[in-house]
Design a protein around this ligand. Structure first.
Ligand SMILES: [Zn+2]
Length: 260
């Protein structure tokens, strides 16, 4: 639900909420605002100058659209977690590429794209470093990543990884969730776009009891973008195009999740 005052959109897009509508109507009465609610467009229009009803905006106003595009995720805080880092290189590809480099590169591209839509991004790391402290143990690393998301009161937590298997034939993209309704919905949206965009085998959105999914207080997913142990997918994960496509599709999934 968007709110427009005197022809200008307020940033953010709240869920349609009866109590909020009643409150706005009561405020309008006391302050002598004109107000109307366009249910079809989920839009509250307010005229603060006098109590006449504000006109409906014209749909094809491109200027408003542009403004909208830049503010689609305004007010949303998203925590991005590039897997591994620093002393923990993660999985290794056949030619020696490291998971920790791929996850960071994809997360930084994703950060840029989400910020373009107005989101506030919290990174668990934005350099090649451990998150807790240098040479931290794995459980301390997980704890530090969860804490970053919970302390920021993020709306979403997205952990980015590369899959790996003993057989180089294993291939495809997988998105994990912890089974709660919103995380499942997010995982499905991201997973579908990811395997389509990367043309990887769709291994599905799946349940997993990963520490970072269990302990984060918000909808959270862990994306295994592709298999670094597979020579073809190793190339995809370490290429500029492959990384950008991965980031683009995860960004799309997030926009769909918020229905903006
Ligand atoms: Zn990993």
């Amino acid at each position: 639900m968007r709110i427009m005052i005197d022809g200008r959109y307020l940033p953010g897009n709240a869920r349609v909420n009866r109590d909020l509508l009643i409150t706005l109507r009561n405020m309008a009465k006391v302050l002598k605002w004109g107000i109307r609610y366009d249910a079809q467009r989920e839009l509250v229009l307010i005229n603060s100058k006098d109590s006449t009803m504000p006109p409906l905006p014209i749909d094809n106003n491109t200027e408003e659209r542009t403004e909208d595009e830049n503010a689609r995720l305004a007010g949303k805080v998203i925590c991005l977690d590039p897997g591994h880092g620093g002393s923990d290189q993660g999985a290794l590809g056949p030619t020696g590429t490291m998971e920790k480099d791929n996850t960071l590169a994809i997360a930084l591209l994703l950060k840029e794209k989400l910020e373009k839509s107005g989101a506030t991004i919290v990174m668990t790391r934005d350099t090649d470093a451990d998150v807790a402290y240098a040479d931290a143990a794995t459980n301390e690393e997980f704890g530090a990543r969860v804490e970053a998301a919970n302390q920021a009161e993020a709306d979403l937590f997205i952990s980015i990884h590369n899959d790996s298997f003993t057989s180089t034939a294993a291939a495809g993209s997988t998105t994990f969730h912890y089974g709660d309704k919103e995380s499942v919905r997010l995982a499905n949206l991201v997973q579908r776009g990811l395997s389509e965009k990367l043309s990887t085998k769709d291994r599905g959105a799946r349940f997993a009891s990963f520490y970072v999914l269990r302990h984060t207080n918000m909808p959270s997913i862990l994306v295994e973008v592709a298999f670094i142990s597979n020579p073809v997918e190793e190339m995809l994960l370490s290429s500029v195009d492959g990384r950008d496509n991965a980031a683009e599709s995860i960004c799309d999934g997030i926009l769909k999740f918020f229905k903006v």
